[in-house]
Ligand binder design. Sequence first.
Ligand code: M6R
Length: 610
Amino acid sequence: MCGIVGHVGAEKATPILLDGLRRLEYRGYDSAGLAVHASDGIEIVRAVGKLRNLEKALSEKGLLGTVGIGHTRWATHGRPSEVNAHPHIAGPIAVVHNGIIENHLELRAELEASGFTIASDTDTEIIAHLIHRETQAGHDMVTAIRHSLGHVEGAYAIAVLSEREPNRIVVAKSASPLVIGVSNGATYCASDIPALLPYTNEMVFLEDSEIAVLEAEGFTLTKLDGTPVSRRSRKISWSPVMAEKDGYKHFMLKEIFEQPRALEDTLRGRLDRENADIFTPEIGLSEDDAKRIDRVILLACGTSHHATIAGRYWLEELAKVPAITELASEFRGRDAVVGEGDLVIAVSQSGETIDTLMAAKEAKERGAKVLAIANVNGSAIPRMADASFYTHAGPEIGVASTKCFMTQLANLLMFSIWLGRRRGTIDDAQAAELVEGLARIPHVIAERLRETHLMVTDIVRDFSEARDVLFLGRGLSFPMALEGALKLKEISYVHAEGYAAGEMKHGPIALLDAHVPVVVLMPQDRHYDRVSSNMQEARAREAKIIGVTTAGDTQAQSLCDRFVEVAPTHEALSPFVTVVPLQLYAYCVADHKGTDVDQPRNLAKTVTVE
Ligand code: M6R
């Protein structure tokens, strides 16, 4: 939530900062601003709304200068307005911030009592005044920031300018992400990797309680208490083109179409087809560890949570290990039972979701081993985990997660097969069938993508005005139904619910009438007959049925008002194919309605607030 960016070097800062903010806009987009060192002090331009409003304001008032910071906001404290937009200024200090200062009210009262005037409703402005107060006491910028952060409780990644030290930016972080980019003659900072990809691949991830001074020639890193830190940069393999739309109307559509490639990259080098096994040295568990696991707890939020439900079903079926899924936000603070013998798998696209991070930390403190499944290399959750099993989806820009979900499914299934092999709960033939099936899945999806898009576009013409939509599925199709409903809600603002098909008769059936489309997932698996009955029950209430059916399943198709065909697969692999039409359904409805598909209202891609 919120994106920050900074540049120190010989080039003009404004275009670089704007470009970085454009790549970070997915993190928040209700206002934006820049602060740049000019010849006679720091100049600031801020604007409410999308980045284009800031660009317009900048075209009227150019900001010259080569050192600057920028911010794109997702409001937490104070409504979106120019006065609440970052950067915030106090005396010679300008600050951008991502996070939440929990004791801001107390600090505000203290500052106001000592004569400081605070213009905005934000928690961030408090940080600017604290630093200003310290500079008034004669401290340089680094010391002033160190002292100020000593008063602050909460999460922050900050970038700070001081009129008195015009050739540097100082950054610091606790809980919120911050990455430094280094190149010849320029140093950058940002909340996320894609903002820096056009300028450098060499990145350094700041850890909590660290502070760095960025200058054109490089950076110095210390702990907040002044202890020097030495950390080498890592080479990031993502290319800038991966974070472009590439001719697609929206990032989301591009990312749906990238799923076969994302899966291929994620599966590469991990499928041991010769031995019908999975090759995953990175998961950090020995053969003995695998046998000793008493229980797996899967922690995640949102779409990643839906992936973990499929993960749970696979783990139980293939590795015969007790497994539970927990919404990370509910796991925290309720004294959940967890300890040695538990393996916690924390699943997160961004690797930064605060609820997942804190829940996994809590579990680790109580003795559980933590395995991270994340897409962003070096992000907070992998850094705190005992081991990491990365997905390789490439940067996901659309706020609605698609290709990362797909690759999370792949990792969860691979892990379940690996564990099953170690625990002796799947035999060679079963494992070979799954490994071969997984190897084919990218191709199976790719073959039908265009046709599915056309089929769904056509269906949506008849249903785009529906105010409520239900999604039903059983077994592995249940989490896909949840995911279909979430996708539709978040980008088209249509009320949608995903239900276990068997639950319909326990309540939701009361909602059905001729105006409610019901999307029924009915791959030809062990649940087929019962789902078929549930579909008939919905039809009997005049609901319109949109079936997600196996190609050629004329029996099911004859019962649907409209249907989409998916490729036949091994039943354990059905989620990889059934979720695609659901993603496209949400996309097509949103596109038809003209909503902001990639940046839906009120949302942000990375949720670093609780
Ligand atoms: O980065 P994470 O996977 O931890 O994010 C979790 C959720 O915030 C995320 O999946 C959210 O639900 C997406 N907008 C779904 O499309």
